[in-house]
Ligand binder design. Structure first.
Ligand code: HPA
Length: 273
């Protein structure tokens, strides 16, 4: 795995030598954020050695180097999910690659279903913590001590300092930004109404099929992580409506202005850390 990561990193650096400080993963329907990047170098996942191609519609599959508010970033437009049938070390390969490229801060974004009854589609939620309901973990197997410890601490999985900065930025942007717990499920089915009730009982505020594995791999590597969910729908059974991927992408796009302001302002502040 380490050798594969080295080859992938070498390829990217042969196209552009850069030392990004911040990595950003864009979730379903949130890819338009790419328009905010200046001085872009775009690399298709297909062209990067050992990088798996995403199979999900609405996920572009491009790695972009550039600047946001003058801060060097590397952006993953489109991510890999366990439900695509990939082994977990493939799912988190892109996160490990960003770490080799030099990031020390990782911003995870996703589309999620609202479980907390105070949320509405279009709201943004800062991820305060997660609950791993996937039954999977990307660190299963022999530990690579070069990457991180066998038993990583997860008590600050979403970094308090980054969360505090995002909270202060949110306050300047209006009141439909919450702070909540992300429940990560495997998918690809949306949940049943009974599962949504269970997740609420367990303490989840929103639910989605990504982010948890990436957060675990990033913490293992010692990166500082933060995350934002865009509530694209209420969880199954809360409203009298069926869930489909097209509606979810469309709702994410509607929240785009709000999402873009939150990310731009946060990146500017993270750049000064
Ligand atoms: N459930 C799981 N994943 C999701 C949802 C949902 O309701 N909405 C967007 N991603």
């Amino acid at each position: 795995m380490y050798e594969k990561l080295g080859k992938a990193a070498q390829y990217i650096q042969s196209i552009k030598t850069s030392k990004p400080k911040i990595g950003i993963v864009l979730g379903s329907g949130l890819g338009v954020f790419v328009d905010q990047i200046e001085d872009k170098t775009i690399i298709a996942y297909n062209d990067i050695p050992h990088f798996k191609k995403t199979t999900v519609e609405g996920h572009e599959g491009r790695l972009i180097l550039g600047k946001v508010k003058g801060v060097e970033v590397v952006v993953l437009q489109g991510r890999l999910h366990a439900y695509e049938g990939l082994p977990m070390d493939e799912v988190v390969f892109p996160i490990r690659l960003l770490a080799i490229l030099g990031i020390n801060i990782l911003i995870l974004t996703n589309a999620a279903g609202g479980v907390n009854l105070n949320y509405r589609p279009g709201d943004l939620v800062l991820i305060a913590d997660h609950i791993n309901l996937t039954g999977k973990n990307p660190l299963i197997g022999p530990n690579n001590n070069q990457m991180g410890p066998r038993f990583p601490d997860m008590s600050h999985a979403y970094h308090p300092e980054l969360l505090a900065i995002m909270k202060s930025v949110s306050q300047s942007l209006g009141n439909n930004i919450h702070e909540g717990i992300y429940a990560g499920v495997l998918g690809p089915t949306y949940e049943t109404p009974a599962e949504i009730k269970m997740i609420r009982t367990l303490g989840g505020d929103m639910v989605g099929m990504s982010t948890v594995a990436e957060c675990i791999a990033a913490n293992h590597l010692g990166l500082k992580v933060c995350g934002v969910s865009c509530i694209t729908n209420m969880g199954s059974g809360i409203l009298d409506q069926k869930l489909n991927h097209d509606d979810i992408k469309h709702e994410a796009q509607k929240a785009m202005n709000h999402f873009t302001s939150l990310l731009n302002l946060s990146i500017e502040k993270f750049g000064k850390l």
